[in-house]
Design a protein around this ligand. Structure first.
Ligand SMILES: Nc1ncnc2c1ncn2[C@@H]1O[C@H](COP(=O)(O)OP(=O)(O)O)[C@@H](O)[C@H]1O
Ligand SMILES: [Mg+2]
Length: 345
């Protein structure tokens, strides 16, 4: 049944990226100068969840490192490392520059100094989910250092620009943008097909079934691959040779639940509080949400920050907004809604 489980995992970076030639080439061109030891422009990569932002950024960086010896790279998920300190530490750690830095006691200025002094090979720094940094002006620290080529990944340009100060906005506006759109069904079908071919024994899943997964995933490659993984692991557990349609139906729900849980687990404590308020009391307007939140939180963040939380949770399908911008309300996404795509066959 399963030939290579790795290729079905969420974080797997494929050796071939499907249908993103233009975007891959664009990003490669931006980074190209560092292969000659020259400083490279900052790249901003945006798009909804599951469109390949992380995948192509890692892919392009890896390919660059195959081409030339003297390039380092580091990847930081800024959602997980949402303070400036943690992100700085993570970058230094990846570059092997944390000797004599003590996680608790070293002031963050010293981390910035270390980055400034870094004189190793030029390094690509991927800042993923960068709009989740509590203090995104860290981008400025890095942007101004010629040793580093930055790839900043966010869902929406606007969320990123709203959270940084003027001088950084103008720098970022001037940098190169790679915008990724949701996949069309035939593209998702190809992405799935490539994974199935490498990950599963032949004839485990039919083309028609792959196409239905693509259709159900609505442009989101993470969801599509999650459905395939879930169906395959069920068939494997039950020692079946093929994936049945009823397995697909369960897999669709299972993958959605898993992805949702993972997103909830990623929320920072402040975001989690906002999510719980929406879950328990929604639909609520942003100002009602903020009122509740600022009463309940220790050291509440600003109303503007609270709105960025709502936007992020909307991007990750945890909550949904209803109405126009003036009378907009938020409630949690009803995960009991399942697709009927698989039932009809
Ligand atoms: N063009 C593509 N070709 C092959 N696999 C892809 C492609 N785009 C996305 N994927 C896969 O889909 C999943 C989701 O992609 P990811 O880069 O994590 O999305 P994003 O960062 O935009 O949310 C990953 O497993 C990734 O490897
Ligand atoms: Mg990503």
């Amino acid at each position: 049944m399963i030939r290579d489980a790795r290729v079905l995992r969420a974080g797997f970076v494929p050796s071939e990226v499907e249908h993103r030639d233009a975007e891959v080439n664009h990003l490669s061109t931006v980074l190209q100068p560092i292969t000659d030891g020259e400083p490279a422009d900052t790249a901003v990569v945006t798009g909804p969840s599951g469109v390949g932002k992380t995948c192509i950024s890692k892919f392009v960086t890896e390919r660059l490192r195959e081409e030339v010896l003297d390039v380092e790279s580091t990847y930081v998920n800024c959602w997980r490392n949402f303070t400036r300190y943690r992100t700085l530490y993570q970058i230094l750690d990846d570059l092997g520059q944390t000797i004599n830095i003590h996680r608790q006691s070293t002031p963050h200025d010293e981390l910035v100094d270390r980055l400034q002094q870094y004189d190793g090979p030029r390094a690509v720094v991927i800042l993923d989910e960068v709009d989740q940094l509590e203090d995104p002006n860290l981008i400025y620290d890095l942007h101004s250092l010629p040793q580093f080529a930055l790839i900043c990944i966010a869902n929406r340009e606007q969320d990123l620009f709203n959270s940084v100060d003027e001088r950084l906005v103008s720098r970022l506006r001037a940098s190169e943008h790679v915008r990724l759109e949701r996949y069309h069904d035939p593209e998702l079908y190809d992405i799935l097909g490539a994974r199935a071919k490498r990950g599963l024994d032949p004839d485990v899943i039919s083309d028609d079934q792959l196409y239905r997964i693509a259709d159900a995933a609505a442009g989101d490659a993470r969801l599509a691959i999650g459905m395939l993984r879930s169906a395959a692991s069920r068939a494997d557990r039950e020692s079946k040779d093929t994936i049945t349609d009823s397995m697909l139906l369960d897999a669709a729900e299972d993958a959605r639940t898993q992805i949702k849980q993972k997103s909830i687990d990623s929320l920072t404590p402040h975001q989690r509080l906002v999510y719980d308020i929406v879950r328990e009391q929604g639909p609520l307007t942003p100002s009602d949400i903020y009122e509740q939140y600022s009463e309940q939180a220790d050291d509440p963040r600003t109303a503007r920050t609270c709105r960025t939380y709502l936007s992020k949770m909307e991007q990750y399908n945890l909550i949904e907004g209803d109405g126009t911008s003036r009378d907009r309300t938020y409630s949690v996404v009803d995960s009991t809604k399942t697709s009927d795509i698989f039932e009809t066959g």
